[in-house]
Design a binder for this molecule. Structure first.
Ligand SMILES: Nc1nc2c(c(=O)[nH]1)N[C@H]1C(S)=C(S)[C@@H](COP(=O)(O)O)O[C@H]1N2
Ligand SMILES: [Mo]
Length: 258
């Protein structure tokens, strides 16, 4: 993706705002209603420091502009998320899950099989070796978590649309549902699944995906919020029935992306 890397803007805060406008358009109202973002997170997303009243007002004006943009936003499956130069990778990259880092699931590589179910023809189980033998791509993109932080990382793996086509998945199915080795799950719409930057990720920053970042595999979707990026995927189900997900079932906006 290096050919698409933008020039590095002077202010990283400006970049964050631009990304946040894309990434947070739809769920913003709900987020603020639920007060899910901390003040620190808000200042990060808006690029404002909350040192006095006028900066608080400035921040609120920026937030309401996000909301205005929400109204006219229509998902364009061809729109690309920004990519970044290597020098902007966040090190160390944050870990996040609904549990602490010492509870990260340990998946055994040798016995691991990725299971495909639902609307798919042919083979339904894939070993890690078979997945590693498929054509690999890499991306440096920004991950934005609903809890108010964002970070830039480099992920490598199979373009998900390639994977779906190779494995005989029915790409007219409405939803793709992911079940993980912890109790996590999430689901996405087919245009997002087929987006050119949506990646079945096997590596982080050039090495095998570490357990904390989702070994043996995660789905990287730079056009969606962090919680729509499932780690430790065990199975992928193609379905026309709305499948929900761990956070979605607790009231988070399902779409959560641009
Ligand atoms: N299996 C699983 N996937 C998950 C989560 C989780 O708890 N379990 N948390 C999500 C959330 S909210 C975030 S922000 C990212 C964090 O990914 P990271 O640890 O690579 O930063 O993983 C997402 N995918
Ligand atoms: Mo998150």
């Amino acid at each position: 993706m290096s050919s698409r890397e933008p020039k590095v803007p002077r202010l990283d805060a400006r970049l964050i705002i631009r990304d946040a406008q894309r990434e947070l358009t739809r769920p913003t109202r709900r987020l603020f209603a639920k007060q899910l973002l901390s003040l620190g997170g808000l200042s990060l997303l808006t690029g404002c420091t909350l040192s006095d009243d006028s900066s608080v007002e400035k921040m609120l004006r920026r937030i309401s502009r996000f909301n205005d943009r929400v109204q006219g936003w229509i998902f364009d499956p061809n729109k690309l998320a920004p990519t970044y130069p290597e020098s902007m990778i966040t090190r160390p990259f944050p870990f996040n899950a609904y549990y602490d880092i010492d509870e990260v699931p340990q998946v055994d590589a040798a016995s691991y099989r990725l299971e495909l179910s639902g609307l798919v023809r042919g083979k339904r189980e894939w070993t890690l070796e078979e997945l590693r033998a498929m054509p690999q791509t890499s991306q440096i993109t920004r991950h934005i978590c609903i809890e108010g932080w964002s970070a830039i990382g480099r992920w490598g793996g199979i373009t998900f649309s390639d994977f779906l086509k190779r494995t005989g998945a029915d790409t007219t199915a409405r939803y793709v549902f992911f079940k993980c080795a912890d109790d996590y799950s999430t689901s996405i719409d087919m245009p997002t699944a087929l987006h050119p930057q949506t990646q079945l990720t096997l590596t982080y920053d050039g090495v095998v995906l570490p357990p904390k970042y989702g070994f043996p595999m995660k789905l990287r979707i730079p056009t969606k919020l962090g919680f729509k990026n499932p780690k430790h995927i065990l199975s992928i189900d193609l379905t026309n029935t709305y499948p929900g997900g761990y956070w979605e079932n607790q009231g988070y906006n399902w779409f959560s992306g641009s």
